[in-house]
Design a protein around this ligand. Structure first.
Ligand SMILES: NC(=O)c1ccc[n+]([C@@H]2O[C@H](COP(=O)([O-])OP(=O)(O)OC[C@H]3O[C@@H](n4cnc5c(N)ncnc54)[C@H](O)[C@@H]3O)[C@@H](O)[C@H]2O)c1
Length: 349
């Protein structure tokens, strides 16, 4: 068999190598690094190619493509969201992604992104809370204790100084799993029997549930003045977590309005309802939290720029960590026009 040329190979980060990378860097340092990378890319927000993600919906879920480019590097993520998967023993969210060189269009890296999505979502949530949450927040309610939950809790510890997480899930087995996983990691962990109990004394409320319907994880009377809500689970048309009245009492902060108006909590509001873009708060062009009594809401849906930052970060770590395999992915004939000849020669080689 003919051996592929060096150009044919694309570094591939498997699930196994991604897990090794997390432990090589350390989970909390990696969450901090990712938050810094994402924040740096939010500062240069205007130069990114931006489009609402391309979604293919079915009765049971959604498959999405999330592309963006800064003009030098291009990235995309393939991601699904299938709340009913859990009953089949499958995950709600799985993902992989690719980084490419804009100058040639050649891929630079292919990687698993199921783990990377949990890391980048948690890093983005905590980065947003750093700008919006009440000063000195120490207690977070974590409603929805599934795949994303521990990553969220640890990002808020590492980046915002959260000391206590109060857990609630409709399925007590999820809360048990989450509490067990968080043991010994430096947080006070309080499993709760109701969401009301979970939000007691919390300055930050994270909702991270999965249900393909308009759900009401928080009702208006549950949310007191001054809290910061990190709403992660409402991220599809027809899939929200908060009662509309909470939105009407909150200062609402979003990633990319054209996508969030389709997918976020604000799909419940008029199309021109005022919202603030997070990148403008970070660059000082818009006000963040107004005062200690304001309810701030980060209506997170997940945007392509966050995946781009995560992809570039992993790519920057590859060489020194050596945690990748070469994938024979790009057909590379000696004569670029002789693709056919290369195929023919493989018959006899
Ligand atoms: N905004 C983003 O960037 C982003 C990124 C990743 C995932 N998500 C979304 O976050 C959500 C959670 O993802 P996951 O991977 O952790 O899913 P998961 O299925 O692993 O966990 C979801 C948990 O929510 C619980 N739940 C469902 N209804 C509930 C209710 N009414 N009250 C309390 N708990 C309830 C389930 O029992 C489950 O344990 C999904 O909706 C996913 O689409 C958003």
């Amino acid at each position: 068999m003919l051996k592929p040329s060096q150009t044919a190979y694309v570094p591939f980060v498997s699930v196994e190598n991604m897990m090794r990378l997390v432990h090589h860097i350390g989970l909390e340092p990696m969450l901090k690094d990712l938050a810094d990378e994402i924040e740096a890319d939010f500062i240069r927000w205007p130069l990114f190619d931006k489009t609402p993600r391309v979604a293919s919906h079915s009765d049971v879920g959604v498959i999405e493509l999330m592309p963006t480019s800064d003009g030098e590097t291009y990235g995309f993520k393939y991601v699904n969201g299938h709340p009913s998967n859990m009953k089949k023993g499958l995950q709600t969210v799985t993902a992989f992604g690719l980084l490419a060189d804009v100058a040639t269009g050649y891929p630079l890296m292919l990687t698993e992104m199921t783990i990377l999505t949990a890391l980048r979502t948690a890093a983005t949530s905590a980065m947003a809370a750093k700008w919006l949450a009440p000063e000195g927040s120490k207690v977070m309610a974590m409603i929805g204790n599934g795949a994303q939950a521990e990553f969220q809790a640890l990002a808020f510890k590492a980046i915002c100084g959260i000391e206590e997480v109060r857990l609630y899930d409709i399925d007590p087995a999820a809360t048990e799993k989450c509490a067990r996983n968080l043991q010994g990691l430096g947080l006070t962990v309080v499993p709760c029997k109701t969401s009301q109990d979970a939000i007691l004394g919390a300055q930050i409320i994270t909702t991270c549930t999965a249900d393909k319907q308009y759900a009401t994880i928080l009702t208006d009377n549950m949310v007191g003045s001054g809290v910061h809500i990190n709403a992660v689970g409402g991220d599809c048309p027809g899939k929200t977590e908060l009662h509309k009245d909470i939105l009407l009492r909150s200062g609402i902060f979003v990633e990319y309005p054209p996508q969030t108006r389709i997918e976020g909590e604000i799909q419940q509001l008029d199309a021109d309802y005022p919202v603030t873009e997070l990148w403008q708060v970070i660059t000082g062009q818009a006000e963040g939290r107004k005062d200690a009594r304001q309810i701030t809401l980060f209506d997170s849906v997940g945007f392509a720029v966050e995946d781009f930052s995560a992809l570039r970060y992993v790519h920057s770590q590859l060489k020194q960590a050596g945690l990748f395999q070469d994938l024979d992915m790009i057909a590379d004939p000696d004569d670029p026009r002789d693709l056919f000849g290369m195929v023919q020669r493989a018959k006899t080689a």
